[in-house]
Design a protein around this ligand. Structure first.
Ligand code: ADP
Ligand code: 5GP
Length: 215
């Protein structure tokens, strides 16, 4: 069960659904990975995708890599909480692990594009906390896509061409972080998570706590 505060007194609360989006290469996967390593109270939603696996990626860890046919089967059987076509591939969030995490009151992280963020906001409302990551400059975005060295030049060019359309959605997010220095950006994400866990309306255990307190 999630709790809202470190220390001896723990108060039950609803799980948090942290949605992180950015143009490709701005650093959201790096930030998400660091958060997962440092914060044992958060899990990640592993998406299904029809995209080709990158060399560094592991099936079931970074994505479930599926054929277009399998993706359509999942989509059409309502097994995906949301889905979208991004940079010419299909991506979707499996529904079942999310429902399990929410009913157990566990926090979950979602690395989805703006279309996914909109669908999640519509479906899960107040449980969603959304963060948009911006690069410091477009030149740096381009150089990060090259430095990552995992996509072909053609794929990099498609992603760069699509980045302005993704950035256009920045106002739809609760928080916006400019990822210039990675440590600063990560500190900002950690602060957001810490504060959001303390929100009164998530902490239903406060009712019992306060009742006992004043009894
Ligand atoms: P995204 O998931 O948004 O596509 P990644 O997390 O894969 O982006 O980051 C793209 C590349 O940029 C990676 O090589 C990563 O190590 C690097 N990177 C991320 N944040 C920073 C930063 N603040 N400064 C320099 N390089 C960064
Ligand atoms: P990449 O191919 O770089 O891993 O991801 C490309 C884009 O797809 C990123 O913007 C990423 O956030 C998005 N994405 C990854 N998984 C999902 C998903 O399940 N749903 C949606 N809507 N977008 C996703």
């Amino acid at each position: 069960m999630a709790t809202g505060q470190m220390g001896a007194i723990e108060v039950a609360r609803r799980g948090l659904m942290l949605v992180i989006s950015s143009p490709s290469g701005a650093g959201k996967s790096t930030i998400a990975r660091t958060l997962l390593e440092k914060d044992r109270n958060i899990g990640i939603s592993v998406s299904v995708t029809t995209r080709e696996r990158r060399q560094s990626e592991i099936e079931g860890v970074h994505y479930h890599f599926v054929s277009k046919r399998e993706f359509e089967r999942l989509r059409d059987s309502d097994s995906l909480l949301e889905w979208a076509e991004v940079h010419g591939n299909f991506y979707g969030t499996p529904r079942e692990p999310v429902e399990r995490a929410m009913s157990d009151g566990r926090d979950m992280l979602f690395d989805v594009d703006w279309q996914g963020a909109q669908q999640m906001q519509d479906k899960m409302g107040a449980d969603i906390v959304s963060i948009f990551i911006l690069p410091p400059t477009m030149a740096e975005l381009q150089s990060r896509l090259h430095r990552r060295a995992e996509d072909t030049e053609e794929v990099i060019q498609t992603r760069l061409a699509n980045s302005r359309a993704e950035i256009a959605h920045w106002r739809e997010y609760d928080y916006v972080i400019i990822n210039d220095d990675l440590n600063n950006a990560f500190d900002a994400v950690q602060s957001i998570v810490k504060a959001e866990r303390l929100r009164r309306d998530r902490r239903h255990g406060l009712f019992d706590f306060v009742n006992d307190l004043v009894k």
